[in-house]
Design a protein around this ligand. Structure first.
Ligand code: PSV
Ligand code: MN
Length: 396
């Protein structure tokens, strides 16, 4: 590979960090059941320990996203314990995810619930989550709402929008300087008729209504099939409203498959839009890259390592597009040269350069191999096996 291309890849990798989800290490499943894994994390400490393994072999996952209900069983009182674990395992607490969907009170919604007492309960949880973020010095709070309805006519769609605006505005007023609120959208599931924040446009309007520290979070699995996600990304960038990503791949809906397993070109195109924007703006877009996957069949740590290395590969490939030539080709409507710039970058084998970059950082050239040879998996399977296989497993 030409030295110039290797330089580009090295430069891209320097800035690329991706956050792991604590929930991706625990036993999870589908609504039809769970297949328990002996190595799954059974406590928050084990989640930190597993995330630290992924970081040790990849060097690019210094933080872990936390879900308040699952990882802070005693709410704010759990903060000290999390801070201790973060120090012990050298992994920073990342994005804080309030849980506004599991409590029985939320059967008919949280911020969109017709009952003001339940909206207040949800808002209080949001306030507590924001305070958790402040105490842990974690910047982003990420809101995903299951709110919606299953049957036409059963929910006041406009009224619920107003309640969302009110609650998000109230939550935004609790943010400290520099803290951000990310608003995630999803077209359906668990609601099957209408979802209150169903797409990026709704999330964008609500973020604008909430205040200047609110941005949109794009979960790649939360789109209808065939939707042009990179166009959404480009629009959010141009509006200064792209806050972050939840990365996963999908074939049908929110399938939570490892990144790039189905459509790597899609993820490449997303990264391309970001890097093209940064080239034009001569600066970095402030985007939180996060994984949101929970694996039912693949080993959890291995699936995370696979996702992270594929993310690096696709980001590195995207960095190879010649932006100057692309801009000129687009301006001249030179279709085939323009398209080829993307295709050539995508088909370049960046793996040798990434291996070199890893070695230059003192990291293993092959993270998966290093992990599998470390003995960690055998050890935790033994230690946790009985605990995992005797229980029904738990999401938390
Ligand atoms: C919902 O499908 C979601 O994408 C949200 O980000 C949740 O926090 C996450 O999955 C965990 O279930
Ligand atoms: Mn998500």
């Amino acid at each position: 590979m030409q030295a110039k291309l290797t330089d580009k890849i090295f430069h891209a990798l320097e800035s690329f960090r991706i956050e792991l989800p604590s929930w991706g290490f625990a036993n999870t499943g589908t609504r039809f059941g769970k297949f328990l894994q002996p190595a799954a994390a059974t406590s928050i400490e084990e989640k930190f320990s597993d995330a630290a393994q992924v970081h040790a072999v990849t060097g690019v996952c210094p933080s872990v996203a936390l879900h308040v209900l699952w990882d802070f069983p005693r709410g704010l009182q759990s903060v000290e314990e999390i801070a201790r674990l973060a120090g012990r395992y050298g992994i920073k607490p990342g994005c804080i995810n309030p849980n506004l969907f599991q409590d029985q009170a939320y059967k008919f919604g949280s911020f969109g619930n017709p009952d003001p007492a339940i909206r207040e309960q949800a808002l209080q949880h949001a306030r507590d989550s924001i305070e958790i973020g402040q105490q842990l010095r974690s910047r982003d709070i990420s809101f995903w709402f299951a709110d919606g309805s299953n049957y036409p006519g059963t929910a006041g769609i406009r009224q619920r929008k107003r309640w969302f605006e009110e609650c998000l505005l109230a939550a935004h007023s609790e943010l400290a300087l520099g803290q951000r609120m990310l608003i995630e959208y999803k077209p359906f599931e668990p609601a099957f008729y209408h979802t209150d924040i169903a797409d990026w446009g709704m999330a964008l309007l609500l973020a604008r209504a909430a205040g200047p520290q609110a941005k949109v979070l794009v979960d790649t699995g939360h789109h209808y099939s065939a939707q042009n996600i990179e166009q959404i990304v480009a629009w959010l960038l141009s509006e200064g409203m792209l806050g972050g990503f939840h990365f996963n791949d999908r074939r049908y809906a929110d399938d939570d498959l490892t990144l790039g397993s189905i459509d790597p070109y899609q993820i490449f195109r997303i990264f391309h839009e970001i890097l093209y924007f940064q080239w034009e703006e001569k600066g970095r877009a402030d985007i939180a890259y996060m994984v949101d996957q929970s694996h039912n069949l693949k080993g959890k740590i291995e699936a995370m390592i696979q996702t992270v290395t594929v993310a690096q590969e696709l980001f590195a490939k995207a960095s190879l597009a010649d932006h100057k030539r692309l801009a000129a080709a687009q301006q001249g409507c030179d279709l085939i040269p323009a398209e080829s710039i993307l295709q050539d970058a995508f088909s370049t084998d960046v793996r040798p350069a990434i291996r070199e970059w890893r070695l230059s950082k003192g990291l293993p050239a092959d993270p998966m191999k290093a992990f599998l040879e470390s003995g960690y998996l055998e050890r935790i399977s033994q230690e946790r096996g009985a605990r995992n296989m005797s229980s029904a497993g738990s999401y938390a």
